[in-house]
Write a protein that binds this ligand. Sequence first.
Ligand SMILES: Cc1cc2nc3c(=O)[nH]c(=O)nc-3n(C[C@H](O)[C@H](O)[C@H](O)COP(=O)(O)OP(=O)(O)OC[C@H]3O[C@@H](n4cnc5c(N)ncnc54)[C@H](O)[C@@H]3O)c2cc1C
Length: 379
Amino acid sequence: MAPVQHPHPLPSPVIIVGAGCIGLATAVELLKRSWPVLLLAHHLPGDPLAAEYASSAAGAHHLSFAASDDWRQRYLDMVTFERLWEESEIRVEGEERGVMRLTQTEYYKGDLHLRLLEELPDFRIHDATTLPDGVEHAVSFSSLTIEPARYLPYLVRVFTSLGGIMQRVPRLNSLAEALRYAESPLAVVNCSGLGARDLAETQDKTVHPVRGQVLSVRAPWIKTGWTRQVGALGGAEGGERTYVIPRASGEVIIGGTREVDDWETQPREETTRDILRRALEICPALALPPHATEPVELAELVTGAVVGFRPTRDGGIRLEAETLKLDAGEDLTVVHCYGHGGFGWQSMWGSAEETARIVGEEVRKKQKGAAATLLKARL
Ligand SMILES: Cc1cc2nc3c(=O)[nH]c(=O)nc-3n(C[C@H](O)[C@H](O)[C@H](O)COP(=O)(O)OP(=O)(O)OC[C@H]3O[C@@H](n4cnc5c(N)ncnc54)[C@H](O)[C@@H]3O)c2cc1C
């Protein structure tokens, strides 16, 4: 290991590893509770899109996959929904953040809607006699879409205004390596997403990439969201899913794919053709600009193709504390918050609040322990 350097002025900060939506939201929650925060990451908001920086590549809409009996995930998703819903009410600022309310319709073949959706505003089940061909069940409700290229910089602005410090670092080999950047951190919070596979202390091979390819389309006349789920979600994200995600900017994201353990970072041409076909099946209006007299070629409206790796973890998110023994014999408090698969944006505020609560509990426990030891030594 290179000689220890401490260029950072914060005394004993909480160090967060990761600047995706999870790391940044967690940092904001910690700062609001008055903990000093140093955030270290290899990828930062504003970087060119990279498949392994999932937050920059996401759709992203709020459409929970939480199984009806998965109360933890339901809670994290609903806390996030309520916070984003409130944020979207702030008219001018809401646009800067890229959060948009919309009516969402879900079509199903081979499965039924999840219970959590019934808690969302304006929920209704469609009359079975009105469904399009090949659709067996459909529901509509109000939901939200989030534009990562606007929301990530917004999180950075809040983070900085609360006194947080962010630093780009080379890819860390271990969480202990974070100690090069600040002396005696109160805790290290692991929000490394897919990175948790390789960090020396975690080496969590239950985390793996689920590749997603999406297209962006210039279609500002599309103001409602559409999805089609074919086959069972299987308690998470199974089956084939097609989606149309309008954004506040007038861009529409269409997708997608779910390719498990597929590390290909470049878009595939045959996948692009398949996405165009499926998106048109669920939302023919994509090819009907307001003044067109007949449908246009949807391919001509495409402005980009994006690939991202969802940081999926078997068994769901890892959200817990751990005490690591450092080489020098000291204890390092680590709180893990990674493995958000295809639902990190829609569970980010719930995850962040819970992680900040655990950090507070762990640090206070450690401080109490240290005080008791000191007192004992003096007696
Ligand atoms: C195509 C696609 C569509 C999606 N659609 C949706 C959607 O509609 N709704 C939704 O909720 N979610 C969606 N997701 C999922 C969502 O994007 C992820 O769950 C979320 O972004 C995960 O955030 P994260 O902060 O955990 O990880 P990431 O955004 O991947 O960030 C990880 C951070 O950790 C840093 N890091 C990792 N390892 C190291 C290391 N060793 N050293 C230093 N830094 C390190 C990285 O540089 C980065 O800053 C989608 C994902 C994809 C790919």
